[in-house]
Design a protein around this ligand. Structure first.
Ligand code: HEC
Length: 159
């Protein structure tokens, strides 16, 4: 029995070493542009800090990578979050969204945060600074609703 266990551990160890050589997902680090939501909407400092601490690692072109993002299989998992997160919502590209899309994304943001589905719960144990308090969620909600009102007012004048 002991022998089998030793073989299993040895196998796991070699598999771990071998997967380190599999192609790694490319790390994303693009310069901040005028399309970034924070600059574009002149987002209040507190909200900006919240978005950066809690959302930008998966929803922007400037994710911060922890050291273990260099270790397979974690790097695939992290790369996947960033890819899918940015597909759904990329705050770095806010300026390229239509008014309708912005409005919808603001609505979804509040919904996801209030339901505590975002930031992704499995991200929080390693990112304590990303956890939002009830008070922070309330501020985010107020901010998002004010932005939605701005969008409604803008589209009103366009028609
Ligand atoms: C660890 C990565 C990660 C973090 C941090 C994160 N998200 Fe996400 N987010 C995702 C992924 C992956 C998806 C797409 C898959 C899904 O819906 O679960 C997503 C989807 C979304 C969606 C689209 C939901 C839908 O169903 O259309 C919204 C809105 C969103 N996130 C908002 C936020 C906000 C706001 C924050 C910060 C408070 C945040 N996310 C933080 C990974 C993340």
């Amino acid at each position: 029995m002991k022998k089998i266990l030793r073989y299993i551990l040895l196998f796991v160890f070699f598999a771990f070493v071998v997967i380190q050589f599999i192609k790694r997902p490319e790390k994303i680090n693009e310069p901040v542009t005028d399309n970034d939501i924070i600059g574009l909407l002149n987002v209040d400092k507190e909200i900006a800090a919240m978005l950066k601490a809690s959302c930008y690692d998966c929803h922007s072109n400037q994710p911060r990578y922890p050291w273990y993002a260099n270790v397979a299989p974690l790097n695939w998992w992290i790369g996947d979050h960033i890819e899918h997160g940015r597909d759904e919502l990329n705050f770095s590209l806010w300026g390229t969204f239509t008014a309708r899309r912005r409005d919808h994304k603001l609505e979804e943001m509040v919904e996801m945060v209030e339901k505590r589905e975002m930031p992704l719960p499995n991200y929080l144990p390693m990112h304590k600074e990303a956890k939002l308090s009830d008070e922070q969620i309330e501020k985010l909600r107020k901010w998002a609703n004010a932005e939605r009102a701005n969008i409604a007012a803008e589209t009103e004048t366009e028609n």
